[in-house]
Design a binder for this molecule. Structure first.
Ligand code: BES
Ligand code: ZN
Length: 467
């Protein structure tokens, strides 16, 4: 039902043209900004890149990991900023399960010369144990049936089964711990996927070290390993979303107004100040709330910064899952801003979860054409909070620069890498796109923009391995 409603709205939106947009398109290279409609100028003249920059500077003093005091401090700051722009801002609280990495992982093997570097598997439990090392192949149920692992440490090779299946198979047969070795070169950044009471302490080692241990065992050498994991913690934490709403100033007829969302996420990963990911999107969201505050609209605009995005889009999932059906039906667009200010990243792109154009890409390609003389390209991409909206049938897109900067998710994602020009450009494109749709008597986007420029966006690295 919801989807049907939205697609009808969307088709209507795409088939009706706007004279203003067509005019700007007809002369795309003759000083686009000067020929931009006056409604664009009303938005642009208010955007202050210094203000956005100062908010990023404040937020990026520390990492803002979901569920920590520093996230809470960021949330209070965001609320205070919304209030200073004249909004009544609400903080919504939600709980989530999270895993805190251990602060100590140690593996030593008597009878084996040389040090072995061991990494924990995410969701591994703590432990301090020692036992004989026995090889259990790929850790299948059959192999564990044939191997006596009781009270021992199972040495298991990566492949075929998930890490969790291997660990549970070994645990079921009474193993005390598991050493998993890689089947390819390089370190293994593995996860058990989720919390489970049945897990036993588990670590990963390289292929080279695993094969060296196996060689000793095959030669009949008895190996005893000591394994220590300390400080890991699985438990419930609290994170927050911050919501500010600009009600429609004038509502067409008796019909309830449409809703547009402008969003970003305020949390960061551990160890990263997250100036670009995503204090930048949070601060552009704040700035657009300030800029649009007193402009007349017949559409409701909601500004939201989400928590726990880095834990799996949890804040936006919680938010969208708790929206009343009527709000979902009225929502016509989500403009999600994530990583929008790095001087070291590439150009702006607009990514949709399914790689298809929608009302958001339409509006933003129209506004970028009016402002810059050419449409911002679009492509396919998930990995941020627009996915939660898209999954509810809402036209949604991510605004991001591609390729990403090398500082992504590192301690160097700091304020000195932020470009005010990039912030200004994104704020203008998104601000004018939203206002074009939300302003009173707005006509719908030009169908000529339907064939926007499509880009391929490289997929990135650093994903956790489950198998
Ligand atoms: N801002 C990133 C997403 C991103 C980075 C998209 C680079 C495209 C290029 C986001 O905060 C993030 O890190 N997301 C996670 C996935 C999420 C579901 C936990 C990721 O991509 O690993
Ligand atoms: Zn992000």
């Amino acid at each position: 039902m919801k989807k049907q409603f939205l697609s009808v709205t969307l088709i209507a939106a795409l088939t009706l043209g706007t004279a203003g947009t067509t005019t700007a398109l007809a002369t795309p290279h003759s000083s686009p900004v000067l020929s931009a409609p006056s409604t664009d100028k009303q938005v642009i003249k208010k955007i202050d890149a210094d203000q956005i920059y100062r908010n990023i500077e404040y937020l990026s003093q520390t990492p803002r990991v979901a569920g920590t005091d520093s996230e809470y401090k960021a949330v209070q700051f965001i609320k205070k900023q919304f209030k200073s722009y004249g909004y009544k801002a609400d903080i919504e609280e939600f709980n989530f399960l999270s895993y805190t990495d251990p602060n100590l992982v140690e593996l030593s093997v008597a009878g084996f010369d040389g040090e072995i570097q061991a990494n924990h598997l995410t969701y591994s439990v703590n432990g301090d144990l020692s036992g004989e090392v026995v090889y259990a192949g790929l850790g299948t149920k059959e192999e564990l049936e044939e191997t006596d692992v009781s009270g021992k440490i199972a040495l298991i090779q990566r492949g075929s089964l998930t890490f969790a299946e291997k660990v549970l198979n070994a645990a079921e047969k009474g193993a005390a711990g598991v050493i998993l070795f890689n089947n390819a070169d390089g370190e293994l950044n593995g996860t058990l996927g989720e919390d489970n009471d049945k897990y036993i302490p588990s670590v990963t080692i390289t292929k080279k070290d695993g094969e060296a241990l196996l060689e000793k065992l095959n030669a009949g050498v008895k190996l005893t390993a000591s394994l220590k994991i300390e400080g890991a913690y699985s438990g419930e934490k609290t994170s927050y979303n911050v919501v500010a709403t600009k009600k429609a100033t004038k509502n067409n007829k008796a019909k309830k107004s449409d809703i547009i969302y402008i969003t970003g996420h305020h949390d960061s990963v551990a160890g990263a100040p997250g100036a670009n990911d995503d204090a930048s999107g949070t601060s552009v969201t704040l700035e657009l709330a300030r800029v649009l505050k007193n402009l007349p609209t017949d559409t409701e605009i909601r500004f939201v910064t989400f928590g726990a995005e880095e834990n799996g889009l949890l804040g936006s999932q919680h938010y969208v899952n708790n929206l009343p059906d009527d709000d979902i039906k009225r929502t016509i667009a989500n403009f999600n801003l994530d990583m929008v200010g790095s001087r070291d990243a590439g150009d702006l792109v607009i990514l949709t979860n399914d790689g298809e154009m929608n009302l958001v890409t339409e509006l933003a390609q129209a506004s970028s054409t009016r402002l810059n003389g050419e449409p911002t390209p679009y492509g396919q991409g998930g990995r941020s909070d627009h996915v939660s909206f898209a999954e509810a049938g809402i036209p949604a897109a991510l605004f991001i620069h591609s390729p990403s900067e090398p500082w992504y998710h590192t301690p160097d994602d700091s304020i000195d890498k932020i470009s005010k020009e990039k912030l200004q450009d994104v704020a203008e494109i998104v601000g004018t796109a939203v206002y074009d749709q939300a302003k009173i008597e707005a006509k719908k986007p030009d169908p000529n923009h339907k064939k926007g420029k499509k880009v391929k966006v490289p997929h990135l690295f650093d994903e956790k391995e489950f198998r």
